[in-house]
Design a protein around this ligand. Sequence first.
Ligand code: ATP
Ligand code: MG
Length: 420
Amino acid sequence: MLTKAPRGTKDLFGNEVLEWRRVEQKILDVCKDFGFQEIRTPIFEHTDLFQRGVGETTDIVQKEMYTFEDKGGRSITLKPEGTAGVARAYIEHNMQAEAQPTKLFYLIPAFRYERPQAGRMRQFHQFGIEMFGSSEATADAEVISLASILLKRLGIINVELHINSLGGPECRKKYNEVLKAYLNEHLAEFCSTCQERYEKNPLRVLDCKTEKCQALVSQAPSILDTLGEECKNHFEQLQSLLTEMNIPFVVDPNIVRGLDYYTRTVFEFISNDIGSQGTVCGGGRYDKLVEECGGKPTPAVGFAIGLERLLMVMEAEQGAYIHEPKRDLFIGAIGDTAIKTAHALVYELRKVGISAEGDHLNRSVRAQMKYANKIGATYSMILGEEELQTGKATLKNMINGEQEDLTLEQLVMVMQEKVK
Ligand code: ATP
Ligand code: MG
């Protein structure tokens, strides 16, 4: 127990964490280009927020949340997703008083008590964006285009964008009736979970992952046929914007998304490379959420990308990314005085931004040179009795073997020239 991380969690270190950093940097870059600013909200919130914001009938609220009572008797929940917290912050800090739209992004760990499998963890990570204050289809297109560019910049090719519209509350109500009528005819053939969904939230049946239900659902009447005039126009506008932007998509009436808060546009980027957990990015419009959480009616649109899945897709398509270790200079030493001098020099170099390294294991000179190689040092230098006496040492280029003599006083300046 003590030496094993909890089920559904994972340690990130070494090469892998460097790859995460690289992906996170691309995320920061794309958000900057699109004018989205970072928001960091607490890792836990009042349980009510998710009950309201995510929805009572969702799998998340019904069975997946990490909820506990704190010592003050409050019900607290670890974030199962990012949007509700950001919507809460948007209201709390009166962001609608600023120039709209408000464009925010987050990078967070999220927690869901699910059965762990490939691409499904209990602690996972999301990159998400939210755009508050615009109901125009241009906002939907901007959000989708950001995801599309990010995937492109990460070199991901084999993903497909699926879009759908769930309409507003009116169209939704109408469709629920049409859908229920269809489901009712086949109810016995659906899985037991879907039979429950039929009562509480029939739309979710379209989202069922079992093959039997998917086959039945493919025959169901399409939500797109019950859209009212305005919702239909909105969806058509989005499609023509995406076409204008040269972003390929397919209209897929079975995309409904797992959360209750969506209205109108919903979309997913789906990969075929990582098996059944293929949705890398899911998002859409949620015009009722801010109101639901206690704010003024505010339209909003956003998405979340699961970072674990994103990295799985990248590895499946491109192979593992190897980050070679690197240091500018290794300074080895032999003898007590030389060791002191070496570590002081390492410190001087680090102060001016040169990644220097010394020996901490009292190795032999041979072993120190081996270590310098292992950590990818570009240059190396060994200090001993003689170097201390003459105040001179040899700097070796580990890549081409070239050597040069210099005084220890010159070292910082010479290295600064070299790594410039
Ligand atoms: P799924 O249908 O796969 O359960 P979801 O609809 O629950 O997904 P969202 O709540 O929309 O997913 O979350 C957005 C993204 O976060 C997903 O597309 C996925 O990439 C990622 N994600 C969701 N749950 C997990 C999890 N348990 N482990 C890893 N990634 C996850
Ligand atoms: Mg889920």
